[in-house]
Design a protein around this ligand. Structure first.
Ligand code: HEC
Length: 157
């Protein structure tokens, strides 16, 4: 009897864990680090960007599959990119770690460097510029990890 109730308790605990994990299923991991990535990325970026692949772009392009993608290539945002972002797309192969990191740290500076235009049209505000250096470094790491974690996974949202 006693053993039976322990077993019942265990089964319940296991199935409850199963339910909790299912909710986070799309991220690489269900650890605290995985959830922090979500929080960090959405907190800073979701005012203008969608991460759900099913949603049309809002103020900025949809970022669900941005990691490793071509620059300025969200088809549903195509006519709304700045000319500078389109120019950058012709010069840079993809949004790899280095390009994403530099763009996030300072969008205008990245466009100047990549396009060679000293006065590029930059439509994305410098959201991280001016923040404490440690916060910027942490945000960049978390956002990149988040963008990698959600890429290609449609069931997260
Ligand atoms: C106030 C609105 C706004 C916020 C906040 C914002 N962005 Fe953007 N973002 C834009 C716009 C608009 C563009 C298009 C830029 C252009 O065409 O020059 C863009 C472009 C981008 C691109 C290039 C996408 C592509 O299709 O090539 C990336 C990557 C990006 N943003 C990441 C982020 C991340 C990560 C954050 C959060 C740290 C963020 N953005 C916050 C408005 C915003």
């Amino acid at each position: 009897m006693f053993l039976k109730s322990i077993l019942a308790g265990l089964t319940l605990a296991v199935s409850m864990t199963g339910v909790a994990l299912a909710g986070d299923s799309c991220l690489d991991d269900t650890s605290k680090a995985g959830r922090d990535q979500t929080t960090a990325a959405k907190f800073r970026c979701a005012t203008c960007h969608q991460f759900d692949p099913a949603k049309p772009p809002t103020v900025g392009p949809n970022l669900h599959d941005i990691y490793g993608a071509k620059v300025g290539a969200d088809a549903k945002f195509d006519t709304r990119y700045s000319k500078s972002m389109k120019d950058a797309g012709a010069k840079v192969a993809a949004w790899d770690d280095a390009n994403l990191e530099a763009y996030l740290r300072d969008p205008k500076a990245w466009l100047v460097k990549v396009t060679g235009d000293a006065n590029p049209v930059n439509k994305m505000p410098p959201v991280l510029v001016g923040k404490p250096q440690a916060d910027i470094d942490k945000a960049v790491v978390e956002i990149l990890a988040y963008l990698k974690a959600i890429k290609g996974k449609a069931d997260c949202f």
